[in-house]
Design a binder for this molecule. Structure first.
Ligand SMILES: NC(=O)c1ccc[n+]([C@@H]2O[C@H](COP(=O)([O-])OP(=O)(O)OC[C@H]3O[C@@H](n4cnc5c(N)ncnc54)[C@H](O)[C@@H]3O)[C@@H](O)[C@H]2O)c1
Length: 425
């Protein structure tokens, strides 16, 4: 193996290309977006990731990594293009299809093709292999085909690409072996060989496991609301059991993985996946649950002012994709009786179609702060200013991340909503 062609230069493809280049391989990165290609060829990057600017600058300057808009002849092709969902929640594998078709003109005998994009079960067998077969290849015999899913955490991608265990699912044993060799050259974690469909399912089940467990915690929050129980106390005590680990409730599940991947399984086995579907429904219902309680808090106030704190789908990141916090803000803002303000120190103005306010501006004259992301900034709010500037210093914390010290600050948590009463002026 000497030359690697990485197709799709986003959060996964770009660091992967950089790491192979740093390891000494000749790498060409391919993207349909000409701006991405030009930026990379100038030694710069278009995304944020710790350590990536330095790595890319180094390997581009050394001539080990370059970018192009079409695939070039190589020994290994790594496909890392997006796999979003359609509006009907079925997977859109069009990008994988077009990336595969794009490499056909330069494919040669004994090349290895690895799909890293997250894909529905049987995509390698039923979608990718037939494209190669239709072009006259015999996948698994004269070219090798495998799926190697990604499980990196944004912010730690360069570390985890090397240290995580990799699952390599081949269309046959020979393919798994050939693709595993590619990763063994750079990975210090285990590289485990399996079948393509097992690799596809293992990736999807990792995120589905988390989605279902969060749904259980969210359901507990709703039950607790009805029964007058504090879900956080329940979770703390139940988790004293050595084999129990109940997650924490929140305003919903977002991002492009947890909120998407379970649907890839559902689409292929609708009748057999009621639990996964139910988990999705529960998690999707949480924004309405939050809104109901905000409404309950402010229903006696004539012109209520609500400060939404946090728009991202989790804490300490800048990503608002599929964010339930964004949904909550937008739905609250539709209610003409409410004045709704948004504050998020991690989100830039150009990411959202409405104004973002600073902390002091957002709380000035507000009746309630609704915390929707557990950013570090929200774990230590300046309570003196809250008391001074808010009309009523009431916090509804849906992430259970803020503990007030000042007794004048009134706090409500999402797992303990039974005693929420309208704010009286
Ligand atoms: N980002 C993550 O943390 C993460 C984690 C695990 C798995 N994944 C999966 O990895 C895959 C890629 O995700 P990402 O976050 O890197 O996506 P991304 O949107 O950041 O980047 C994808 C890139 O592919 C390019 N592209 C689209 N079609 C192309 C084509 N036909 N040829 C060449 N380039 C093309 C786009 O222009 C874009 O630059 C997805 O399937 C995703 O679900 C992502």
């Amino acid at each position: 193996m000497e030359k690697i062609c990485v197709i799709g230069l986003g959060y996964i493809g770009l660091p992967t290309a950089g790491i192979f280049a740093r390891a000494g391989y000749e790498v060409v990165g391919v993207d349909v977006n000409a701006h991405v290609v030009q930026t990379l060829n100038e030694g710069n990057i278009h995304i944020e990731e710790v350590g990536l600017p330095e790595l890319i600058k180094e390997v581009v300057t050394d001539g080990r990594l370059k970018a192009a808009t079409a695939p070039e002849e190589a020994d290994v092709f790594i496909v890392a293009v997006p796999t979003p969902i359609h509006e009907d929640q079925t997977a859109n594998v069009d990008y994988v299809v077009s990336a595969t078709k794009a490499l056909l003109p330069v494919l040669k005998k004994n090349d290895v093709i690895i799909v890293e994009s997250t894909i529905p079960p049987r995509t390698i067998d039923d979608v990718v292999a037939p494209i190669l077969a239709a072009a006259g290849w015999n996948p698994g015999e004269d070219v090798y085909l495998a799926h190697c899913p990604e499980r990196v955490l944004p912010g730690r991608i360069l570390i985890e690409l090397i240290e995580n265990t990799r699952i390599v699912g081949g269309i046959n044993e020979k393919s798994a072996k050939k693709a595993a060799e590619v990763y063994r050259a750079i990975v210090t974690g285990d590289v485990i060989e399996t079948e393509a469909v097992t690799a596809e399912m293992s990736k999807l089940m990792e995120n589905t496991f988390r989605d279902v467990n969060i749904a259980l915690a969210n359901e507990l929050a709703k039950i607790s609301s009805r029964l007058g129980v504090n879900a956080h106390d329940v979770i703390e005590l139940a988790n004293k059991h050595p084999r129990v680990n109940i997650h924490h409730p929140g305003p919903g599940v977002g991002g492009h993985c947890l909120a998407v991947d379970p649907y890839f399984i559902v689409e292929k086995a609708v009748e057999e996946s009621p639990l996964i579907q139910c988990a999705r429904t529960i998690n999707n219902s949480m924004p309405e649950f939050v809104i109901r309680h905000v409404d309950r808090l402010v229903c006696e106030i004539e012109n209520p002012v609500i400060a939404v704190f946090g728009l991202t789908y989790k804490g300490n990141i800048d990503d608002v994709r599929e964010s339930p916090a964004l949904e909550i803000y937008e739905k609250l803002a539709l209610n003409e009786k409410l004045e709704v303000r948004a504050h998020d120190p991690h989100v830039r103005a150009e990411q959202v179609p409405f104004p973002l306010l600073g902390f002091a501006e957002a709380i000035n004259g507000a009746h309630v702060v609704v915390i929707l992301a557990d950013h570090n900034e929200f774990k230590r709010l300046n309570e003196e200013i809250l008391v001074e500037k808010m009309v009523t210093p009431v916090i509804f914390d849906t992430k259970h991340c803020f503990t007030p010290m000042n007794s004048e600050v009134q706090i409500h948590y999402i797992g303990n909503t039974a005693n929420i009463r309208p704010i009286l002026l």
